[in-house]
Design a protein around this ligand. Structure first.
Ligand code: HDE
Length: 729
């Protein structure tokens, strides 16, 4: 890879201001000219041979005295640090945050009020359960952690892509995580909730009901980090200049809409391309398709805390948007990939307790525990000086009397290391100087291990979520539950879980019972209240009708139609999507008439249909003959169809596609008209015999591309599922 930083990258680095400049101080570039040295700076003459005793042509023993060799090996032996106890698998990027509407009515934090500011951020996305080397596309909650490097200090929103959590009180975190992680006797399964212990815990712990429904929904298998929402989950508070306090929840909503993989595809990708999400994010940023999210706040005045039928401090509950609308006030853009994974993505350390003046906590019992946990875990993961690491250090001055500890970097001058001191050195700030002021909340009560009455209601919002799903999403939840419980060998686990589902919806419980075994419940312990709310179904977030940043495969073999190929390639690129040419080999493939030679990006074995969003096949007699005879090529098309992806074909490829997927509804007339069915878009005639033919075909071709791109922009063709033979609720 080139060591040069591109112009575009430099522009972004400039825009990110302080944090990029700050990091640049520590950034080393591998250069051709610099000579290899030890860590203590002495140049080495070889990196290949351990110092040893040699005589004539005989190799003698290695000498322990070799400091170069020992340094290399011992340094290497200690390269690993403990992985995160949860959220070990992740990827990150730099970006910027701006507010376009000041929230000064509710907070005085400049990061949320100053519309002229650009705050540098680092975002880390993650899965919760898997180890560092696990696959990206597993069914799991995704972490969405944002560090804002503000002028007033670092602010971390350590969120997820699901707005609720399994537990209400932090004390239970070790239990829920132990139950979900691989089982203790054999460390199986990796990065899965489909096992006895997870579902045993869910049954025994009713407050998790709402959350596991989200976990079984498509939210848990996102198409891309760029296409998922983020939620702060916990209830925080905002303080304004008048001293008024509001409760707040934070939300990120992606510009591209909220989209998911289909389950079969997610399963396959886990083996075929375990880094799928990581690469997707990096690729988009590299190509300048910077992902963006709107930043929103839901705000409740302090006086209204008890006005709802749920407790607003309960992290197993959403604040339904029909009751408390989201106010979108800002925008996040990710625009720079990391320079080095370990020192940036791995060493970044988030703490929910890191807030800036104008932002505060609530008594949400999950948040209170988190505020303890994150700082604590960084001590064991990175050590007491973790905040001095380049990726973690604030862009504003840090000045205090915390001192020493392992790996201390800062060299503090002066004779005093305490406050107060005889020089009045380094005094605390006043509120006017920007000092953090705790809100003077009146607190009274008895000491007890208890929760408020509303915390004890565990099913109403699970029903609300279920009721709000589209038909397709309901089917996916049903199938996900059927899959997960099928992986539980202990009948006690799946039989009881089936009963639990009746607390949400009787029909759902009965359908799952039929699939997984276990007695189907005859009646619901509590009726479904029938209420729905907005913005829970992903269909409320379709995103713009665009193919931007989507991967579109073009399947070719020798003898492909060069005109159809070329126009599709150009149109895909013009739409800022990524054309990926797939052929029988990654060596030259020649078009019909020998007019064009193409070197495919990948071959059929190396790259799979799961890795793209849509497939286009240009005609060409020989090319289509070759593809028709090739099992892998046929599988490509069938699999893309099975995963509900748009398929486009022209000329001879139309018959190939029709035969391969044997779709009865597709009819193709000889007039060269465009026919669209189930997201399969075809154009039979592309070779004109006359001028009037050419005009007609040109019209048809335009219509073809529009229709094909329209089908891609829909993300998936859900009719292919609904009209099939799926078990349905
Ligand atoms: Fe975390 N969580 N968590 N969590 N969490 C960690 O901190 C914890 C919870 C979340 O990319 C740990 O640095 C407790 C909710 C993300 O580096 C640890 C409780 C939400 C990340 C920890 C929760 C999250 C973590 C492990 C219950 C969504 C990855 C490594 C009270 C709002 C951050 C680390 C990154 C990581 C504790 C629940 C999100 C152990 C005790 C709810 C995105 O401190």
């Amino acid at each position: 890879m080139s060591n040069l930083v591109s112009k575009a990258q430099k522009a972004v680095m400039g825009a990110q201001g302080d944090k990029s400049n700050d990091l640049a101080k520590e950034t080393k570039q591998v250069t051709k000219d610099a000579r290899l040295t030890t860590d203590y700076g002495v140049k080495q003459t070889t990196a290949d041979d351990w110092l040893r005793v040699v005589s004539e042509d005989k190799i003698g023993p290695a000498l322990l005295e070799d400091p170069f060799a020992r340094e290399r090996i011992m340094r290497f032996d200690h390269e690993r640090i403990p992985e995160r106890v949860v959220h070990a698998r992740g990827t990150g990027a730099f970006g910027t945050f701006r507010v376009f509407e000041s929230a000064e009515d509710v907070t005085f934090a400049p990061v949320l009020t100053d519309t002229s500011r650009e705050t540098p951020v680092f975002v880390r996305f993650s899965t919760v359960l898997g180890s560092r080397g696990s696959a990206d596309t597993v069914r799991d909650v995704r972490g969405f952690a944002v560090k804002f490097y503000t002028q007033e200090g670092n602010w971390d929103i350590v969120g997820n892509n699901i707005p609720v959590f399994f537990i209400q009180d932090a004390i239970k975190f070790p239990d829920v995580i132990h139950a979900a992680k691989p089982e203790p006797q054999n460390e199986v399964p990796q990065a899965q909730t489909a096992h006895n212990n997870f579902w045993d815990f869910q049954f025994n712990h009713t407050e998790a009901t709402h959350m596991f429904m989200w976990g079984m929904s498509d939210r848990a298998i996102p198409r891309s980090y760029r296409m998922m929402q983020g939620f702060g989950v916990n209830t925080f508070t905002l303080l304004n200049a008048k001293g008024e306090r509001h409760f707040v929840k934070f939300t990120w909503t992606p510009e591209l809409g909220v989209h998911s993989l289909v389950w079969d595809e997610a399963l396959k990708l886990a083996g075929q391309d375990p880094d799928f999400h990581r690469k997707d994010l990096g690729e988009a940023i590299e190509n300048g398709a910077y992902p963006k999210w709107k930043f929103g706040i839901q705000v409740i005045p302090e006086a209204d805390e008890h006005k709802f039928d749920f407790d607003i401090l309960d992290a197993t509950k959403i604040w339904p948007e029909d009751l408390i609308p989201i106010r979108y006030i800002g925008e996040l853009e990710l625009n720079r990939n990391v320079d080095e994974f370990f020192t940036q993505t791995e060493q970044i350390a988030f703490c929910t307790s890191h807030v800036v003046p104008g932002i505060g906590f609530s008594n949400d019992p999950l948040l209170q525990g988190r505020n303890f946990s994150y700082f604590d875990t960084q001590l064991s993961r990175l050590g007491v000086n973790f905040q001095e690491l380049p990726i973690n250090r604030p862009v504003c001055p840090v000045m205090n009397f915390n001192r020493d500890g392992a790996m201390r970097h800062t060299i503090s001058r002066g004779t005093v290391n305490y406050w107060p001191n005889r020089f009045d050195a380094n005094p605390p700030a006043t509120a006017q100087e920007g000092g953090y002021i705790e809100y003077a909340e009146k607190v009274a009560g008895i000491k007890a291990r208890a929760r408020s009455a509303k915390f004890k209601e565990h099913f109403a919002q699970a029903q609300l979520f279920w009721n709000s799903m589209s038909k397709v999403e309901k089917n996916h939840i049903l199938n996900a539950l059927a899959f997960e419980l099928d992986h539980c060998e202990d009948p006690v686990v799946y039989e009881r879980m089936v009963q639990r589902l009746a607390d949400i919806d009787l029909g759902l419980a009965q359908s799952v019972a039929e699939m997984v075994g276990g007695e189907a419940p005859k009646e619901a312990p509590r009726p479904n209240h029938g209420r729905k709310t907005i913005n829970l179904t992903q269909t409320d977030f379709p995103g713009p009708l665009t193919i931007k940043s989507r991967r579109i495969a073009i399947l070719i073999a020798d003898g492909f139609d060069p005109v159809a190929y070329q126009s599709a390639y150009a149109a895909i690129s013009a739409g800022m999507a990524i054309p990926m040419v797939i052929g029988p080999r990654r060596a030259k493939v020649v078009s019909a008439g020998n007019v064009k030679t193409v070197t495919p990006h990948h071959h059929f074995e190396g790259f799979r249909s799961t890795m793209v969003d849509a497939v286009f096949i240009p005609g060409g007699v020989d090319s289509i003959r070759a593809l028709s005879m090739n099992g892998r090529a046929q599988h490509w098309v069938r699999e893309a169809f099975g995963h509900l992806k748009a398929i486009g074909a022209t000329g001879e490829a139309v018959d190939f596609v029709n035969k391969t997927i044997a779709l009865p509804a597709v009819t193709v007339s000889d007039a060269g008209e465009v026919h669209e069915s189930y997201g399969v878009v075809t154009l039979k005639h592309v070779q004109p015999d006359s001028f009037s033919d050419a005009v007609e075909i040109a019209k048809g071709a335009k219509g073809f591309m529009e229709n094909f791109f329209h089908a891609i922009a829909q993300h998936r063709n859900w009719d292919r599922e609904l009209d099939g033979l799926h078990t349905q609720v």
